[in-house]
Ligand binder design. Structure first.
Ligand SMILES: *Cc1c(COP(=O)(O)O)cnc(C)c1O
Length: 243
């Protein structure tokens, strides 16, 4: 990017961030929640290091990546920016067992633990490295075949044994809603919250994080209790229309 292009993109990122924060505030007001209880993960999977650095300058502090290789590229890129020392990266995408070690210790939270096998594999590697990996369990609340994650019944069945695994710390649940249908999005998010409440009552785990809501549906997700919205296009794409 030329200097002018960087300045123009930075202004876009700043203005868009203000607009997003105002939508977050409105959704919180509608649902009696506090804006400080909703974290924004800027999903940087489709942009480069330059854009991440500019997004930091615009005020974002947490980024989400869905591929270990891309995570590595971003971490190396931001390492040259001492002002970004406190930057947070989360893993939000499908994680293969043979890539776990690239991610462990480099991310604040793994959102996408989608099977008991993966939970066990993360546990084993984290325990061996004397780490305690914060994770979310990904739940396919809507039941769409294309989506990965535990079914709600599966989570209930395996929750106790996952909770007992060493080296991982289950902080909550994550889901993705069907595209383009607001009422199904809402029932997916409320279903995630209700499942969390059931698990909390049954097992006494706090499960404070609900990771749900993307560019098209984050306002609904916040109304239904999301504590982490994962925003990609609306943060980074000038062509994306924020409603
Ligand atoms: C890409 C991605 C997002 C962001 O989606 P947008 O619609 O661009 O906001 C959120 N969560 C996951 C898991 C993703 O892969």
């Amino acid at each position: 990017m030329t200097h002018e292009e960087r300045e123009a993109y930075l202004s876009f990122l700043r203005e868009r961030r203000e607009a997003i924060l105002s939508r977050v505030g409105d959704a919180c007001a509608r649902s009696g929640r506090r804006p400080e209880d909703v974290g924004i993960i800027a999903v940087s999977k489709t942009v480069g290091v330059d854009e991440v650095v500019l997004a930091w300058q615009a005020g974002y502090r947490a980024f989400g990546e869905n591929r270990p290789q891309e995570l590595k590229r971003k971490l190396e890129g931001v390492a040259g920016h001492p002002e970004m020392a406190g930057v947070r990266f989360d893993m939000i995408g499908n994680l293969q067992v043979n890539k776990i070690n690239q991610v462990l210790g480099n991310v604040a939270l793994i959102h996408s633990v989608s099977s008991e096998h993966l939970a066990q594999a993360i546990s084993k590697r984290a325990f061996a490295r004397e780490l305690r990996a914060p994770v979310l369990l990904e739940v396919n609340v809507s039941g769409e075949e294309s989506k990965s994650g535990f079914s709600p019944d599966e989570v209930r069945g395996v929750f106790e044994s996952i909770l007992a695994l060493p080296g991982i710390d289950v902080r909550g649940l994550m889901t993705m809603a069907p595209k383009g249908d607001e009422s199904r999005a809402r029932s997916t998010f409320s279903g995630l919250r209700e499942l969390r409440d059931d698990l909390r009552d049954a097992f006494g785990a706090p499960l404070e994080e609900l990771s749900c809501g993307m560019s098209d549906d984050f306002q609904i997700a916040i109304e239904e209790g999301s504590t982490l919205v994962r925003l990609g296009r609306t943060v980074f794409n000038q062509g994306y229309v924020l409603k």
